[in-house]
Ligand binder design. Structure first.
Ligand code: AMP
Length: 359
């Protein structure tokens, strides 16, 4: 099959790398002719909502998926009218607005942080009265990796805060003093088969994922997270990989956000699980049997942000797998990652400490 991917970032590149052994071929749409996908497939130049580029993609391939969350839902629907398109555009749309996403979680019985809509500076003050401080003000749309967010500690921080985020519709979320951040990556195939990887534990800095350790071994939490993810998969008659990021607080999983795609916190599955999130996404959208999501050991993934450490230093760590996305270095840009898989959690944590020192 020829598979079209809207977006040729590292996620698209890793999808293609997983799909080639299955005999699939890949074409991308991206504005940047040197995006990571260019190393592994043809790029049709264009923005994610460019009707000409998306039309050319639909013409060239048998099935379309995406590696970016900001494909407008109506552009996705236009492609879906011409060629099978997964995950469903409705799931894409639901994840694009933090307020409707939280309402969806509430409707499905998935707990979240306390929150309120904010459409003006006066609205912000009312929201703070309802939600309390500290809190985080986030733009409803187009925020990711910590962009479009403002932390509010005291009432003095409210001054000009709505304007500072651009005066766009926003949401105020109570700050969650979480014990851990966990994420669950799951997958549903065209024939309805589902599978879930073990929970992963994530650490962020400045809103950007730095490290993931998996599996996070807690059977009760795993079952709870799977129940939440399954509700979302069923809601959308979903096909492909879906990720939900949670805060763990007092034994409760509060959903922070969902990503209707393969996810950075699932990169460890390339070497750390029987079947990776990338391969299972390809299998799911093609309606092929899903592969086992079992962990093969204790894995840790470290992101390389802003600079790549020397290849030989990383590979000197036994069991380290280096992934260089081939991107130009820029501050705060995800350029690559590395995963180690060890027989025990203790060995994994020792390897992680060495890796983190290089990152
Ligand atoms: P997000 O862009 O919503 O994924 O936020 C990025 C990161 O900021 C999260 O992974 C958390 O580390 C932190 N964060 C976001 N929202 C909250 C919150 N309501 N309470 C505490 N930390 C948060």
């Amino acid at each position: 099959m020829n598979i079209g991917i809207i977006g040729a970032g590292q996620l698209g590149r890793m999808l293609a790398l997983a799909g080639y052994p299955l005999g699939q071929r890949f074409v991308f749409v991206d504005l940047d002719p040197d995006a990571p996908g260019a190393q592994v497939g043809r790029i049709i130049p264009g923005h994610f909502d460019d009707p000409a580029a998306l039309g050319a993609l639909a013409e060239a391939v048998d099935i379309v998926t995406f590696d970016v969350e900001n494909v407008p839902q109506d552009a996705a629907e236009a492609v879906a009218a011409r060629v099978p398109f997964f995950p469903p555009p409705a799931a894409l749309g639901a994840g694009q607005d933090r307020l409707t996403e939280k309402r969806l979680f509430a409707e499905l019985g998935i707990p979240t942080a306390p929150h309120a809509a904010v459409d003006s500076q006066a609205g912000l003050e009312a929201a703070v009265a309802a939600v309390g401080l500290p809190a985080i003000l986030k733009t409803r749309r187009l925020g990711y990796d910590g962009r479009g967010q403002l932390r509010l500690e005291t009432t003095a921080d409210l001054d000009g805060a709505f304007a500072a985020l651009g005066g766009v519709p926003a949401i105020l979320e109570g700050f969650v003093p979480f014990e851990r951040e966990l994420s669950l990556v799951g997958v549903r195939s065209r024939n309805g088969e589902t599978a879930f990887w073990p929970l992963a534990e994530n650490s962020h800095a400045h809103g950007i994922l730095r490290q993931t350790r998996a599996p996070w071994d807690d059977a009760a939490l795993q079952a709870l997270a799977e129940r939440h993810l399954r509700a979302l998969l069923e809601r959308f008659d979903y096909v492909g990989v879906l990720t939900v990021e949670f805060f763990l607080l007092d034994g409760v999983l509060l959903a922070n956000e969902m990503a209707p795609r393969v996810h950075n916190s699932g990169h460890w599955t390339i070497e750390g699980a029987v079947t990776s999130q990338f391969e299972n996404h390809v299998r799911a959208i093609l309606g092929l049997p899903l592969g086992s999501t079992q962990a093969t050991g204790h894995a840790a993934m470290v992101n390389f942000i802003g600079r790549m450490p020397p290849l030989d230093d990383v590979l000197a760590i036994e069991g380290a797998h280096y992934h260089d996305y081939g991107k130009t270095a820029r501050p705060n840009r995800k350029l690559g990652h590395c995963t180690v898989v060890c027989a025990t959690a203790v060995e994994r944590d020792a390897a992680l400490a060495r890796l983190a020192a290089l990152a």
